[in-house]
Write a protein that binds this ligand. Structure first.
Ligand code: ADP
Ligand code: MG
Length: 400
């Protein structure tokens, strides 16, 4: 999908750029405890600064629900951001009105200001046109660098983009390019790994993917539901029995569309989910091998090897959802092994490997391979909605 990028914005000297960023950072005792999201915004801020724009940062923090909540102020972001940028960052106590206007007016070309939490105003989440217009008054152009907020049609992600010339920032552009490389027009064969706990939370995603893939590896708790739907006994495992018809329909659709589905036959089971629990490998195809008290907590070695083989045959991999209960060793094995292989293939240039999802990112970090992947999206909900094939309002607004 073609979008407008800031390179196409022309001469920016002295222009006021309203830049939507994701500064919804982890905080502890009123201080930023992880600055990853601040760092993601630096390239765009620097590029605009070098071009001589006056940079006005728009962001939300937490869920103040439309009123001022002092503990949800963005002020604690100012100092770490200023340190990272190695330049002062002005702060306005409100994101609209006289105080915001005064701070923006005080900016020199190349200067940076951060405005207070957008969500202190109800108009933000309501996408109120009057609030969007108040924001738009502060800028000459709009730059969206917050893909993670793009699935919400809010005033700062959608409303404002109708009022000002709108561009994708560098982080947004990279995210869109990588997602397009993974699913838009991928190099084939293309494979997905979909894992996690439940089928019910990943239905739209599975339905969207199934027609686009050469290989679909299903893992985690949701694999139990698929195996149950095929008539296998899954013992005391997490299993959504009421989703059996849905699971069968997905498998039929996959077959009709030429998508090869990988489901584990050998599985790692234990009677309790505890670190170092007594675990053994069981085979679903062997009647009686699984006892009623057994819980399937990971894919077995053969299933993992199958996934790795399919990865080696693929040119593109998109991954959401761990293959097992990776938070509790030894049930992290399949996830870690598959992640390391994907990381190695990506590093060698043989595979474009893209991953996303809160727990998936944690799992790749646990395996120590997040930086080997071609791209790891930290966008959470927006990433999942994109995998579901939905139009993200904040992205549609940047369409060229
Ligand atoms: P993401 O956040 O990346 O989208 P999910 O939230 O869908 O991923 O899935 C992650 C969760 O799935 C983890 O908490 C993990 O423990 C759980 N899970 C994986 N395999 C199993 C299983 N066999 N049984 C129960 N839960 C599982
Ligand atoms: Mg999750």
């Amino acid at each position: 999908m073609p979008f407008r990028s800031i390179d196409a914005a022309g001469d920016l000297r002295g222009k006021r750029a309203l830049v939507r960023v994701d500064f919804n950072v982890p905080m502890q005792d009123g201080a930023v405890s992880d600055d990853t999201r601040l760092r993601s915004a630096l390239p765009t801020i620097r590029a605009l600064s070098v071009a001589g724009a006056k940079i006005v940062l728009l962001a939300h923090f937490d869920r103040p629900k439309g009123k001022r909540v002092d503990s949800m102020s963005l002020r604690p972001v100012v100092e770490p951001l200023s340190d990272l940028l190695e330049q002062p960052v002005a702060f306005a106590n409100d994101c609209v009105g006289a105080e915001a206007a005064r701070v923006v007016e005080g900016l020199e070309p190349g200067g940076v200001a951060l405005l207070e939490n957008l969500r202190f105003h109800a108009g933000e989440e309501q996408n109120d046109p009057a609030f969007a217009a108040e924001l738009a008054k502060l800028g000459d152009l709009y730059v969206d660098d917050a893909f993670s907020a793009a699935h919400r049609a809010h005033a700062s992600t959608e409303g404002i983009a109708r009022l000002l010339p709108a561009y994708a920032g560098l982080a947004m552009a990279r995210e869109l390019e990588m997602l397009d490389a993974a699913l838009g027009k991928p190099q084939r064969p293309v494979m997905a790994i979909v894992g996690g706990a439940k089928v019910s939370t990943k239905l739209d995603l599975l339905n969207n993917l199934v027609g686009r893939l050469d290989y679909l590896a299903i893992g985690g708790g949701m694999a139990n539901t698929f195996r149950f739907a095929q008539g296998y006994d899954v013992g005391g495992s997490l299993c959504e029995k009421d989703m059996a018809d849905t699971a069968r329909a997905i498998l039929e659709e996959a077959q009709a569309r030429g998508c090869h589905v990988l489901l584990p036959d050998d599985v790692v089971v234990a009677t309790e989910v505890k670190p170092g629990a007594q675990a053994r490998t069981a085979h679903l195809s062997k009647p009686g091998d699984l006892r009623p008290e057994d819980k399937i907590l990971d894919a077995g070695p053969n299933a993992t090897a199958q996934i790795v083989d399919a990865m080696r045959e693929s040119k593109t991999l998109i991954w959401n959802g761990p293959l097992g209960v990776f938070e509790v060793p030894p049930f992290d094995r399949a996830t870690v092994e598959a992640a390391r292989e994907a990381g190695a293939l990506a590093r060698s240039g043989a595979l474009i490997a893209v991953a996303g999802g809160g727990d998936t990112v944690a799992a790749l970090n646990h395996a120590g391979v997040a930086d080997q992947f071609t791209f790891v999206s930290t966008a959470g909900g927006a990433f999942l909605e994109w995998m579901e094939g939905k139009t993200l309002p904040g992205v549609a607004a940047l369409q060229a």
